[in-house]
Design a protein around this ligand. Structure first.
Ligand code: UGA
Length: 429
């Protein structure tokens, strides 16, 4: 937002993060973000603080706090959103320049949340109005997705005049993107809330669909990567998000489909989303399958076998370990008695801190040394570009499990490796 010319104050309760950000340093890995932070903090347009009084004169308050999965339940934890609204209500000076102040909700929330917040704002008697403005950025592409979004969605209040003012304020905020003809979809609150979870549910469904096809390929000797390529040529299906492997993870897709199911249950329409239960189940079964493949590769028992795990984050180009399929698989292998050596270009340090029980060597060579099985679980290019001939002498037994179907099976097989794909065999075709 600062890069787009706005004056921005970032408020957070986490002092450590705020201090880093205030120095122009990103507290996580995200391509292009350090340069943006540095430039905009230096220009004075971007400030970070833990002091809520500094948000007093803002025209728009974006709520971007987390809505993680509740402990032991499927639903979303709304504590942080509730606290953010309370903070804004307490500290915002409304109106601003003769107009009401706008809260723009970005957090992924159960449908119906916006209506509840709008009611709270109305009851407060302050001139604060609400819009729901969901966020579609992907980790690893967050800067690009924010500066040049593929669509913008406004969820506006039903009252026409209030809605008109909310839209006017948002239009000013997104002027650059709108001038570049970014598609804008204007709807009511529930639609905007649903758009977000519908989008993530669709993506999750697409991944589980192709993973279900991988199971069929495994049962029949088919190759799911060829299958995905062939169906992807149909524009109506499309090539993207048809990568079969160990399945989806991260801080969004898994918890969003679960919270969506929980909300549908509360609304009495749980049947509409029972298919998401299957999407979740197929996805989790991929992790079991990866563990079973490792067992198969060592001929039965994993106890005392050395497994090199390459990549541990939930996807490449991030240091995020939230609900990482790779970490889950590694933990299960460890619980079954395997000796693990895990490497990751971004999360090694964090993993050492959080999981002192796991061995995290400095180099890939150390991880490969004497391995009985090598598993590529996150497709960092450092690992997908490894030369099978060069690394062969390092391992004890040349078993390679390609957890993301990113290697060339022939190249690895020709170099002397036993190749295990996910719904993929070494075929002459
Ligand atoms: C996801 C959505 O893609 C964003 O549009 C959304 O804004 C974001 O969640 C959010 O709700 O905030 P992200 O969590 O960054 O973004 O990750 P994705 O790129 O969607 O990948 C999710 C998982 O699916 C990863 O574990 C990835 O490895 C896996 N995946 C992805 C596959 O297994 N196969 C594929 O073909 C693609």
């Amino acid at each position: 937002m600062a890069e787009l010319g706005h004056e921005v104050v970032g408020l957070d309760v986490d002092e450590k993060k705020v201090n880093l950000l205030a120095q122009g340093k990103a507290p996580f890995i995200e391509a292009g973000l350090p340069e943006l932070l540095e430039r905009n903090v230096a220009s004075g347009r971007l400030k970070f603080t833990t002091d809520p009084s500094l948000i007093a004169d803002a025209q728009i308050h974006f709520i971007g706090v987390g809505t993680p999965q509740l402990q032991g339940r499927l639903g979303a934890d709304m504590t942080y959103v509730d606290q953010a609204v309370a903070t804004i209500l307490e500290h915002a000076d409304a109106p601003q320049d003769g107009r009401p102040v706008l809260i723009a909700g970005k957090s992924t929330v159960p449908v119906g949340t916006a209506e509840g917040i709008a009611k709270r704002l109305q009851e407060s008697g302050k001139e604060i109005i609400l819009a729901w403005n969901p966020e579609f950025l992907r980790e690893g592409y967050a800067v690009q997705d924010t500066l040049t979004p593929d669509r913008i969605v406004y969820g506006l209040p039903e009252d026409q005049e209030t809605g008109r003012i909310a839209r006017e304020i948002l239009d000013e905020c997104y002027a650059t993107a709108l001038a570049a003809d970014t598609p804008l979809v204007v709807a009511n609150y529930p639609t905007a809330e649903l758009v977000k979870v519908a989008a993530n549910s669709f993506l999750a469904t697409k991944i589980s669909f192709i993973n279900a096809m991988a199971e069929l390929c495994d049962a029949t000797g088919g190759d799911v990567t060829r299958l995905a390529e062939a169906i992807g040529h149909d524009d109506r299906i499309g090539k993207k998000f048809l990568g079969a492997g160990i399945g989806f993870g991260g801080g969004c897709l898994p918890k969003d489909i679960r919270a969506f199911m929980a909300r549908a249950g509360e609304l009495g329409v749980d049947q509409a989303l029972t298919f998401l239960r299957e999407v979740d189940t197929i996805n989790l079964r991929r992790r079991d399958h990866a563990v079973n493949l490792a067992e198969e590769a060592v001929g039965g028992r994993l106890v005392g076998k050395k497994i090199a795990v390459l990549g541990i984050t939930f996807k490449p180009d991030t240091d995020d370990l939230r609900d990482s399929p790779a970490l889950d698989i590694a933990s299960r292998l460890w619980a079954r008695g395997a000796e693990l050596a895990i490497v990751d270009p971004a999360a090694a340090e964090t993993l050492r801190e959080r999981r002192p029980d796991l061995t995290v060597p400095e180099t890939v060579e150390e991880a490969l040394d004497g391995a009985d099985v090598v598993m590529i679980l996150t497709p960092w290019k450092e690992y997908t570009q490894l030369d099978p001939k060069v690394i062969l002498p390092l391992v004890d037994t040349p078993n390679i499990i390609d957890g993301r179907n990113v290697l060339d099976p022939h190249e690895w097989a020709d170099a002397g490796w036993n190749y295990y794909g996910m719904g993929r065999t070494v075929s002459v075709w």
